[in-house]
Ligand binder design. Structure first.
Ligand SMILES: Cc1cc2nc3c(=O)[nH]c(=O)nc-3n(C[C@H](O)[C@H](O)[C@H](O)COP(=O)(O)OP(=O)(O)OC[C@H]3O[C@@H](n4cnc5c(N)ncnc54)[C@H](O)[C@@H]3O)c2cc1C
Length: 371
């Protein structure tokens, strides 16, 4: 009998496993793919950040929490998480005016305890080929970048060293839950297996509701939207860190980032209906190339794309969200369970790579009375 069976070896499954074994719990993680971190947690923008733009939608708690976590991760994993300068160019056509960005950065630097400044006009020509025509201001601040797949695997490894079991190639099939816990069936390396646990922790990311379909009696589900985000890797070297750009097509934020010896550009937000391991749509790739070519003097074409990848973002839906675009929707994580005397199944919806440890801590507090 395990205390917890965790479904999903992404950043959240790894972080919950780590938090649980630190409390002395018996934990097994089931991951359907051959390695942890092969789904969303290796397809992100790889930023460990508070999310400057979330200030605009009043998500102060999320920004603060993520910046606290950024501070912790910079110290705990200096080989995997590092501070990088971010440049925000403001043109006459940019929708947010310099005063607004200055105000946002002032608040952000209060939360992050790191300063920001305006880049002097005479330095603009040195900014990696950024176009300077109609440029009104460039702001520079600091945020962090990581390797999401390596970070996920490191945290999983730490959990394993403390006693967690990880079964890869292990697909959750079903669970029958009653007063004494859950009887869990899964397919492990081609064989049917079963095990028992006190609580089932559903960290299946985009598959969160598919997992609940296999639980008997079936728990309630949160209404959610799946949004596909594409990134492309293109040749090029950025000497001045990350560029935080406003897409001319729809005013969304797009990052152009140094990545290994190339550049990474992302992301998009294309709604999809079913959870799957997505391939990046051509329209997304063209959109990202167009953003780059709008801002930089050296043009990139489709034939220069070295790699493209896509992940699915889970956006829990509430009644206030009908009129909001995916881009302006809250990014808070939801821990969902049935309001019954002894719930057995706890599901995680949404979340940020940056906040994984805080999310795992919150989940441990929520489940403590039911263990
Ligand atoms: C495009 C994009 C960019 C992002 N950028 C950032 C960023 O820059 N910074 C940031 O902080 N956050 C970012 N995020 C958010 C962050 O990446 C995600 O919140 C996080 O990676 C989700 O992790 P997860 O563990 O919940 O899901 P996943 O990483 O998807 O893990 C779920 C795991 O469950 C497994 N699974 C599913 N069903 C089963 C089953 N039946 N049996 C066994 N295993 C199963 C899957 O194989 C998968 O490995 C971004 C998200 C997207 C989509």
């Amino acid at each position: 009998m395990h205390d917890l069976i965790i479904i999903g070896g992404g950043i959240h499954g790894a972080a919950v496993a780590q938090a649980a074994v630190q409390q002395g719990l018996q934990v097994r993680v089931l991951e359907q793919f051959p390695q942890p971190g092969m789904a969303t947690s290796s397809k992100s923008s790889k930023l460990i950040h508070g999310g400057l733009r979330y200030l605009e939608t009043g998500q102060f708690k999320l920004v603060r929490e993520c910046l606290d976590e950024r501070r912790y991760l910079l110290k705990a994993y200096p080989d995997l998480v590092r501070l990088v300068p971010f440049q925000i160019p403001v043109y006459t056509s940019t929708s947010r005016r310099p005063w607004k960005i200055r105000l946002g950065l002032a608040l952000y630097s209060l939360f992050s305890r790191k300063s920001f400044h305006s880049v002097a006009r005479k330095q603009w020509p040195q900014l990696d080929g950024l176009k300077t025509e109609n440029l009104q201001a460039v702001f520079q601040y600091a945020d962090a970048q990581t390797d999401d797949k390596k970070l996920t695997r490191r945290i999983m490894q730490e959990a394993i060293q403390l006693g967690a079991e990880l079964h890869t190639d292990a697909q959750f099939i079903s669970a029958h839950c009653g007063d004494n816990g859950c009887d869990v069936q899964y397919r492990h390396q081609g064989e049917n297996k079963h095990t028992k646990c006190k609580l089932l922790i559903n960290c299946a990311g985009p598959w969160v509701n598919s997992v609940l379909d296999g639980v008997h009696p079936c728990p309630t589900k949160r209404d959610m939207e799946l949004v596909l985000g594409t990134h492309i890797v293109v040749p090029g070297k950025l000497e001045h860190g990350i560029y935080y750009l406003e897409a001319p097509q729809d005013r969304r934020a797009v990052f152009v980032m140094p990545w290994q010896d190339n550049m990474l550009i992302g992301t998009t937000e294309t709604p999809v209906t079913e959870p799957h391991n997505p391939t990046p749509p051509d329209t997304d790739i063209d959109y990202l190339l167009a953003v780059h070519n709008h801002y930089f003097s050296h043009k990139l074409s489709r034939s220069q794309v070295l790699e493209a990848f896509a992940g699915l973002r889970v956006l829990p839906r509430s009644e206030h969200d009908a009129s909001r675009s995916a881009f302006s929707r809250p990014r808070e994580t939801i821990i969902h369970f049935d309001d019954i005397p002894r719930p057995k199944v706890f599901s995680l919806y949404g979340g940020k790579l940056t906040a994984h440890r805080a999310t795992a801590r919150q989940l441990m507090q929520v489940i403590a009375p039911y263990l």
